[in-house]
Design a protein around this ligand. Structure first.
Ligand SMILES: [Zn+2]
Ligand SMILES: [Zn+2]
Length: 213
């Protein structure tokens, strides 16, 4: 197995988890033995999130998508943003808030779960009023957490450990854009994403009746 950051291997990761006996759980309750909490921080691309969401739905692997209301890269208030939330929910996923510290505004579009974007250690694990913070005690500790940050697994790709059932339970944080676009490094992956977005932008211009002839 190549352990590439692509959807073929993401599928293998989920299949490994199933083989290891894990059940897909949400952040609604404190994890129990055998739980796998699929968490996605959507930093850059709703298109990538939706592609991952479709794959998970096909594999009956519900996840929690954390979306930003103040992203530089996408707009939840645009028609495409509202559609994305609706599609994520229709596919059976949960939707939480990916917020920039310290802003917390009540918003009925989200479940009461809040993950900070690029948190500093001082507040990263602090419990919040009215929300579950996925990094708070009970949901997070080094032993029960793996992340694909910047296209690098700190302890290697977890697919083998999942297949063996090594983790008592696990919170697996992945960023959809890393898997949806191809590249050997984060830089290459980001350039592939920008290329795809350029094409999407051209379509959006045409849909907005801009004359590109
Ligand atoms: Zn792997
Ligand atoms: Zn983030």
């Amino acid at each position: 197995m190549s352990c590439a950051f692509d959807f073929a291997h993401y599928r293998e990761l989920l299949e490994a988890a199933r083989a290891g006996g894990y059940r897909f759980a949400s952040f609604e309750a404190t994890p129990r033995a055998g739980d796998l909490l699929l968490r996605h921080d959507v930093d850059l691309s709703l298109e990538a999130a939706l592609a991952m969401a479709e794959l998970e739905a096909e594999l009956e692997a519900p996840a929690t998508y954390f979306l930003m209301t103040r992203s530089e890269f996408y707009n939840l208030d645009a028609p495409s943003g509202a559609d994305a939330i609706e599609r994520l929910r229709r596919l059976g996923h949960r939707v939480g808030l990916h917020a920039v510290y310290p802003e917390v505004a009540p918003d009925s579009r989200f479940d009461p779960v809040l993950a900070w974007h690029n948190p500093d250690p001082e507040y990263m694990t602090a419990p919040l009023e009215g929300f579950v913070n996925p990094m708070q005690p009970g949901f997070f500790d080094e032993e029960h957490y793996r992340s694909d940050s910047n296209q690098r697994w700190r302890y290697g790709c977890p697919h083998e450990a999942l297949a063996r059932g090594d983790f008592e339970w696990l919170q697996l944080l992945t960023h959809p854009e890393i898997w949806a676009y191809s590249g050997e490094t984060m830089r290459e992956t980001m350039l592939a994403m920008l290329q795809a977005e350029r094409e999407l932008r051209v379509e959006q211009l045409e849909a907005d009746r801009i004359d590109l002839s």
